[in-house]
Design a protein around this ligand. Structure first.
Ligand code: SF4
Ligand code: SF4
Length: 510
């Protein structure tokens, strides 16, 4: 399943939206700011430069541009610079300049960008993938962060010289309903879908971009707990509706239209704390959707006060089944020490998908202390749960989806090798849309990038079609990497990777 573009294809408009049908094709979606941020600063000393053009000749990335008819160079397109590779390959412009008129150095902003988990390299490489749909060339580390633990300490052990599978023959789709319960056998084309981001926490443009990209890739996105905005209806076949403790915007009609209903029992970024939408973000539109007063802070309590046992959980699932007999049910839980018992209980209560949400996920709206210190990291929870499901003889009847700190295509593959069927992502989507990880998501006007905001002016900073394309492109680059991993192992189906911990090694225990 590669992306092919038929030049004669006609893209149909979606009625009443003014938007074309989202299509699974890679198209350039450049940064939306005037000066793109990259790893290097490229400085040309104009007083020394004799405009010989040697730098433009040698530069593999078109950083030095002298437009036709002009006598001088444009400002260097420094965000495209890959100086480390140039030094290795002998294409370093600084070395070929006869006048010593160029200086290339690491940009101070690069050094201050990101954190240990989401390093500057991960942010910039995700932007690159979202812009081009391609896998980065190696200048940036796009596989791991610098956390010193978790997925960053786990490597694949690829066979040397083994037979590779033809990438065109590799299947990356997974089924979401493995039970024989008469409900639809839904499959998605990648082992990935988009996590819940509620109307209120992020802008409608972010929500719609996610839904359109999910439609193009035959995946899902999730409403989160802020209700089902009307503009999502054209994409309803790819939208999971969430029922969370606040029951904000939960209505029978939204449950009836959903192919999957997700009960959010807890969130790995803040287990035991529930949710909190600050009053600033509760605009009149958000309040109308949630049936609340504008400007007031909205709390989602923890836990569901009607659920204290698996039997209570079953009543929840039965309620959904009564309203929509065709909906699959997903139970999203965090990762306490007895998470394996919780997962098995969810299965016996009737869930089709058990969604484990570990620590480290969440946006700037989740308290740092909670994100990093309460729930079990997903890397530990996955094998624990998967093993217990096997022991109980039900592993192949449950779809085990995991989230919480999945940042890269390599994290996806590692999660599957540890025992998951697929993953849910959130932050990578925001980064693809231009998030700089500033952690200001919770305040109304706070997101300078117009992603996690409900402020009507800030929302205009992003365009839906641009956002859709960025996400389509990133998923394409991720699929390329996942296919490459499977190919190197001689596998032809993503399911062959599930639970293959023997293909992994921990860097500290060679
Ligand atoms: S270092 Fe390489 S990529 Fe950067 S501007 Fe010079 S030639 Fe271009
Ligand atoms: S740019 Fe900052 S405020 Fe906006 S989504 Fe990213 S972390 Fe949150």
């Amino acid at each position: 399943m590669s992306i092919t573009i038929d030049p004669h294809r006609k893209v149909k408009p979606i009625p009443d939206t003014g938007l074309p049908e989202p299509v699974r094709e890679v198209k350039p979606a450049p940064d939306r700011w005037r000066n793109s941020l990259g790893k290097y600063r490229v400085k040309r000393y104009e007083e020394l430069c004799i405009k010989c053009g040697k730098c433009a000749e040698v530069c593999p990335n078109g950083v030095h541009v002298m437009p036709e008819g002009y006598a001088g160079f444009k400002r260097p397109l420094e965000s495209k610079c890959t100086a480390a590779i140039c030094k290795e390959n002998g294409t370093f412009c600084v070395d070929v300049c006869p006048q010593k008129a160029l200086r290339v150095e690491v940009l101070p902003l690069y050094e201050s960008l990101g954190d240990y988990r989401w390093s500057a390299d991960l942010i910039l490489s995700t932007w690159y993938m979202a812009e081009t749909g391609e896998v980065p060339d190696g200048e940036l580390n796009y596989k791991t962060g610098n956390s010193g633990g978790g997925f960053d300490k786990i490597d694949f052990v690829f066979p040397e010289g083994g037979k590779r599978t033809d990438p065109n023959e590799i299947n990356t789709s997974i089924p979401l309903n493995r039970r024989e319960d008469g409900r639809p056998k839904i499959t998605i084309d990648l082992p990935i879908y988009g996590g819940g981001m509620s109307f209120g926490s992020v802008s409608p443009v972010t929500i719609l971009s996610k839904a359109r990209a999910a439609t193009a890739w035959n995946l899902f996105t999730c409403t989160g707990e802020g209700g089902y905005i009307e503009r999502l209806v054209p994409y309803k076949d790819h939208v999971i509706t969430q029922v969370a403790t606040g029951l904000f915007g939960v209505r029978e009609e939204t449950i009836r239209r959903a192919p999957i209903v997700e009960f959010k029992y807890a969130q790995g970024a803040k287990p035991g704390l529930g949710g909190h939408l600050l009053g600033d973000k509760n605009t009149p539109a958000v309040a109308a959707m949630r049936g609340a007063m504008p400007g007031t802070s909205l709390f989602s309590p923890f836990p569901f006060h009607s659920v204290y046992s698996i039997e209570d959980h079953k009543k929840h699932i039965d309620w959904i089944r009564h309203v929509n007999p065709n909906a699959l049910v997903s139970a999203k839980v965090s990762t306490p020490v007895d998470v394996d018992m919780v997962a098995v209980g969810s299965f016996f209560a009737g869930a089709n998908i058990v969604h484990l949400d570990g620590s480290y996920g969440g946006t700037g709206a989740a308290p740092e202390i909670a994100k990093k210190n309460i729930a079990m990291p997903i890397e530990y929870a996955i094998p624990k749960v998967s093993r217990f499901l096997v022991e109980e003889g039900i592993r192949d009847q449950v779809t085990l989806i995991v989230s919480g700190g999945v940042r890269t295509a390599y994290d996806v593959a590692k999660a599957i090798a540890l025992g998951a069927d697929g993953v849910v992502i959130g932050t990578p989507e925001l980064v693809a849309l231009g998030c700089i990880r500033c952690g200001r998501c919770e305040s109304g006007r706070g997101c300078a990038r117009g992603i996690a905001t409900t402020d009507p002016e800030m929302v205009k900073k992003m365009d839906i079609e641009w956002g859709t394309q960025r996400l389509i492109n990133m998923l394409h680059a991720w699929r390329t990497q996942i296919v490459d991993i499977l190919s190197r192992f001689g596998m032809s189906d993503i399911s062959e990777l599930r639970g293959r911990t023997d293909l992994l090694k921990h860097q500290d225990y060679e």
